[in-house]
Design a protein around this ligand. Structure first.
Ligand SMILES: NC(=O)c1ccc[n+]([C@@H]2O[C@H](COP(=O)([O-])OP(=O)(O)OC[C@H]3O[C@@H](n4cnc5c(N)ncnc54)[C@H](OP(=O)(O)O)[C@@H]3O)[C@@H](O)[C@H]2O)c1
Length: 368
């Protein structure tokens, strides 16, 4: 018997405070033949972790214990006999585990999963550069990116878009972790000529260094965001509109003037949102606090005048593979806002809820 204490951040529903619960598990018997056991060293927090908690009220949630967390990075410490040979003991792995109100989540020190079901999971190697010069260890870095990188990747690929150096993209919410991953893929992998971002005036310099060609402040006291974008199209982009508007924060301001900013529908131009019509209030913990009907109606409208989708990240190996390659060759470095000890998870959750983080908020689970 190899008994260990499994520590997890759990809840029952949105009236029960997130808490650390413990369970004694036998490492030799806690998995089945097609599962692996990952000793998790780091896991980053995503807004969806809090949003699914908020949406789980007493009636829909039942009485079962649910575990927070999607992103993870750790080491394989047990493997079932039918598991693919790729998943060997002591291999370092990272990924994102999509679930809603699941008993299993990644905010646990021992995460048991079937890698074929997770799909968005990959191995990673420790980088051999000078360790003393690295601000964060490889687990923190690799636990920080799967979900946001996958979301940025999907916005650029899921509609069968064909990208050229003449292509033009507008990203609403340029400072979000999703947008920062997206601009890296757009500029460094797809060689997209023009990526414009919208962010706070205070974040313009920071985001310019991340690869945006133009940045527009949403808090410019003299011009509305729409006016600034229309003027940029006219004066800087030679009158050419965008092939993709990617809303990574929640906005509706371009809908009334879409034909002035987005190329015609027939060119496979797209308006893709991952956050709906308005910036969400992550501190609102009521079930329908961030529910929006508008995006659902717009998505389902067969007569819509522009290609519109409100999308959810899918589990794909392709973005895990690309992210690992880009990190290895130095073309992507996940932005990290802050790192907290597992026991300090409440402070870390609150940091994400402020919607002010510049990069990922990560839980360091190496010593639990
Ligand atoms: N559908 C999906 O599958 C999916 C997947 C991932 C994320 N999401 C959603 O996408 C959004 C971004 O997620 P994330 O983890 O990348 O966020 P994040 O990194 O936590 O975003 C933080 C940034 O949001 C920016 N922000 C706050 N208010 C803003 C506003 N009014 N206008 C523009 N930017 C604003 C801030 O930058 P400034 O300093 O520029 O204000 C801040 O740095 C969240 O709503 C999340 O729930 C959805």
């Amino acid at each position: 018997m190899s008994t260990v204490t499994q520590k997890s951040i759990t809840y029952v529903n949105n009236t029960t405070a997130p808490t650390i619960t413990t369970k004694e598990i036998d490492l030799d018997t806690c998995y089945n033949d097609n599962e692996i056991v990952i000793k998790v060293h780091a896991a980053s927090i995503n807004p969806v972790d809090g949003l699914t908690y908020s949406a789980c009220n007493y009636f829909v949630g039942g009485s079962s214990l649910k575990t927070f967390g999607r992103d993870f990075a750790g080491v394989i410490v047990r493997r079932g006999k039918d598991v693919n040979i790729k998943w060997q003991l002591n291999k370092k792995v990272n990924g994102q585990f999509k679930h809603v109100w699941g008993e299993k989540g990644s905010f646990t020190n021992y995460f048991v999963c079937n890698p074929e079901e997770v799909r968005s999971i990959n191995t990673f190697e420790t980088r051999d550069d000078d360790k003393s010069s690295k601000k964060y260890n490889d687990f923190i870095i690799n636990g920080a990116w799967p979900l946001v990188f996958g979301t940025g990747y999907s916005a650029l690929h899921e509609k069968g878009q064909v990208w050229t150096p003449e292509s033009k993209i507008l990203v609403i919410g340029a400072s979000t972790s999703v947008a920062l991953a997206c601009v890296n893929i757009a500029k460094k992998i797809l060689n997209i000529g023009t990526v414009v971002g919208i962010c706070n005036s205070k974040a313009i310099e920071h985001n310019k260094e991340r690869g945006f060609d133009h940045l527009i402040a949403y808090n410019d006291p003299e011009h509305s965001t729409v006016e600034s974008i229309q003027s940029l199209i006219k004066n800087e982009l030679g009158g050419e509109k965008f092939d993709l508007i990617f809303d990574a924060v929640g906005s509706s301001e371009f809908f009334p003037v879409m034909d002035t900013v987005l190329k015609p529908k027939s060119t496979n131009s797209q308006y893709i949102t991952i956050a709906g019509d308005a910036v969400m209030d992550f501190t609102n913990k009521s079930m329908l606090g961030n529910f929006q009907l508008g995006p659902i109606k717009r998505k389902l409208n067969p007569f819509k005048k522009f290609n519109y989708d409100f999308t959810m990240l899918d589990n794909l190996f392709t973005y895990m593979e690309l992210g690992a390659t880009m990190i290895a060759d130095g073309t992507y470095s996940p932005e990290i806002d802050s790192v907290y000890k597992f026991d300090d998870f409440k402070i870390a959750f609150d940091r994400v809820d402020t919607h002010l983080a510049k990069g990922k908020v990560v839980l360091d689970m190496s010593d639990i």
